[in-house]
Write a protein that binds this ligand. Sequence first.
Ligand SMILES: [Zn+2]
Ligand SMILES: [Zn+2]
Length: 366
Amino acid sequence: MRYYIFSLIVFIATLRTTAQDLDRKIEFPDVDSFLTLKCDLHIHTVFSDGHVWPTIRVSEAVKDGLDAISLTEHIENQPWKEDIPHPDRNRSYEIAKKAAKPHNLIVIHGTEITRDMPPGHANALFVKDVNELVVEDSITAYQKARDQGAFIFWNHPNWIQQQKDGIPKLSTLHDSLIKSDLLHGIEVVNDLTFSEEALRIAIENNLTVLGTSDIHGLVDYQYRIAEGGHRPICLVFAKERSEEAIREALFAGRTVTWFDNILAGKEDNMKMLVDASLSFKTKGYIGDTDVLEIEATNVSDAKFMLHNISVYDFQKNTDIIEILPQSKKILQVITSRNQGEKIPLEFNILNAVIGYKKQFKVSVPM
Ligand SMILES: [Zn+2]
Ligand SMILES: [Zn+2]
């Protein structure tokens, strides 16, 4: 009997773990003609100044349901090297790549070129040999990375340790890096920070929008996963689920970042994501009244915060309406306000940012 009770407890515990693991997997729908790949492309381990072994990064990514990660160890910041000597700077990648294979997780070979501002810190992805980038001059490091085919992005341009006012500024050096094909993207989100100014720089200079965790400790602690939090990720709209397709999408700028329920990206990309995630269906008028029921469906993990900017009022809501993750909500629209004209119902999505102080707008035909 005791054995059976013990087995039952183990069985229930297993169920619980499975449910929790399923719950934390980040889900966004595929868009238009692209797959939506969930990527965290800025991560550290003990091979630079992080606190965990690379295999832990793989486990965390698998739990979060990610498609791809990149372990981007600092080239110049190696505080644990006396305790963990590793003359080969590719080891972190190699260990993670091996651990990721059974899980079908894509591991992209990357590194962080870590310099004073300007140019500050930058991640180089899709590199072949990080040892070659251990050089004195920062621009030489960018050039060597580029020679290996790297996609390079500016990290945390709003980081107050390098930019006291928290406002990213494009220096003449950054400008020349962009013009020399040595800088292709910028972090709009890094760890616990979001920068609308960085989004403005991305749009004005045609840089790809990135959002990353830059995790050094544990994802579960930093983003309070047990309390329903999530790590910042970059949604990459790729032609297929492969490293090469992610590379193509990053160079083409097809991304949206998701951080603390904020979605940020360029308007075209945001449109693809919102169109796939949020839909509205007319259910009909209530009896012979002028009140029309519209069902909003959200098939993403983001909570959409809608602000009504049209002429209509609602029976059950103010002008601020939340559509919870993976859920449906019935809106009761008082239609007599349109005075017989076919005026669309329009919302600004307060948490879908497409520019400096600019939100994405959705329109529902009436
Ligand atoms: Zn950094
Ligand atoms: Zn970093």
